[in-house]
Structure formats: C-alpha cells, structure tokens
Design a protein around this ligand. Sequence first.
Ligand code: PHE
Ligand code: ZN
Ligand code: ZN
Ligand code: ZN
Length: 268
Amino acid sequence: AVGVIMYNREGSSGQTFGYTYENQDIPAAAISREDGLKLAEKLKKETLSTNLTIQGAGTVDKTSYNVIASMKPHKNKDTGQIVTVGAHHDSVADGPGANDDASGVSGVLELAKIMAKTPTDTELRFMTFGAEEKGLVGSYHYADSLSEEEASRISAHFQMDMVGSRDSGDLIMFTPDGNKNLVTDLGASAGARVAEVVEYGQLGRSDHVPFFERGIPSALFIHAPLEPWYHSPQDTLDKISREKLKETTEIVGAAVYQIARPDTPALE
Ligand code: PHE
Ligand code: ZN
Ligand code: ZN
Ligand code: ZN
C-alpha cells in the first residue's frame, strides 16, 4: 500500500500544519519535525539502523528543516556507495500541496518502509526537504554541505515531485541538462520514460538540481502534462490517485533496488 499518514504544509507564513489522513481512503504524506522524529523512532523499531538528521535550512527570517533517514548497508557487503531518494514537504502558500509534494513524500516514506526489510550493499538515504518552493533552499543546503568525499560516494539521487495526481499525464523523468544519466537509465529499465522535451523551463527545477550541480547523477520523476490544480488551492487529497502513487513508487523503488542490492549487476 502506498502511504503514510500525514502531510504538512509550510506556507509562506512559515507555519507548519499537520493533517492526519489515517482514516482516509488514500493516505497522503509528509512530515513535520515532530513527525520526522516519530518516524525515525518507528523506523528504528522496524530495525534498520536509521539515523535521523534534522538540518536547519534558513530562509530570510524563517526556519525550515530537512528530514533525513539513513539506512546502512549490510555490514559485510558495503560498497561505500550512497543512493538518495527525495521529495519536498513544503508547499506553496496558496496550495495545500496534496500532489506538490505530499505525493512524493508518501513515496519516500513508503520506500523507506519497504527497503527497511531489504538488504543492500549501498547506504540509502531517504530525505524530505523543506523550503523547495522558496528556491530549493533545503536541498541546496544539503547538497552544498556535503564534503567532496561524501558527494563522490553518492551514486544516484532520485527526486519525486508531483507523482500522484489523477489529472496529470504519464510518468516521465527530467534532468537539468536534458541528458540521460545513471538515474534515468535505471528509471528507464524500471519503466519510466525520459522526457524528450524539457518544456517547463525554470519551473522544472526541483530538489534534484542541487545534487546535479554537485556532479551527482540525478533526475526528477514527475507526471506530464501537469494537472490543472498545480500550485492552486485545488491541490487537494481528493485529486490523488492511489494507482498513480503506486506506479511511481514501484518504478522508483525498482530502480533504487537495481543499484543498491547486493551484487548489483553492472548497468553499463
Ligand atoms: N518546481 C516545481 C514545484 O515544486 C515542480 C515542477 C517540476 C513543476 C517540473 C513542473 C515541472 O512546484
Ligand atoms: Zn510546487
Ligand atoms: Zn514540488
Ligand atoms: Zn550494489
């Protein structure tokens, strides 16, 4: 099943709101700082060595947070490589953000839950960023604070942004330079399509961009064309399709597993 429990919104007011969807048909997701801490506790109980880091990502006068859960590889099979999977938990001031990007957060949390039971030879970092809508503030903070050594060990970043609307088109992948890379190759092998035309310009930026700029292969998973509710007050839970969420999360999960599982076959 797709979904975790909450989604939250950091509008321009800088406040964080939480909604519980436990009793709804389709759970959307996201996490406040408190929920992030609770999630980390839960993940620990489900076992894996999960560390949670809350990073302050300052905007002009507000504070935002990144939530990062790390799953270490099997101790006898550690390649030293890291794969990151991200979404953003803030939304625009005008939109509740059910699709943008509670959908991606639900995918990240669902994969964290599933991968928790899966041995890998690669460290996995599940992350949700704050202040994406303010100019990728959280993800720039994260990517820019990586050491050279750590950045060089991140082999792939998968970004899920707007992946659950019933009113959008097919799943595609975007890269900042329009070229294929390791992430799009893995995504394609799992059934996603590389966008042939980058139609969205500046709008097409999401948290994969700071990773890309640090030299890390990265791509955005999104549906195109966009739904009409994009960045509007109508970006609500009733427009979310369980099928869409499931499809995207399975594709990204299959792609991640392809590279992170022990004895990964060479892709090239
Ligand atoms: N940057 C957009 C957002 O978070 C996401 C997006 C990506 C929109 C690609 C269009 C195309 O709102
Ligand atoms: Zn947005
Ligand atoms: Zn978004
Ligand atoms: Zn491997």
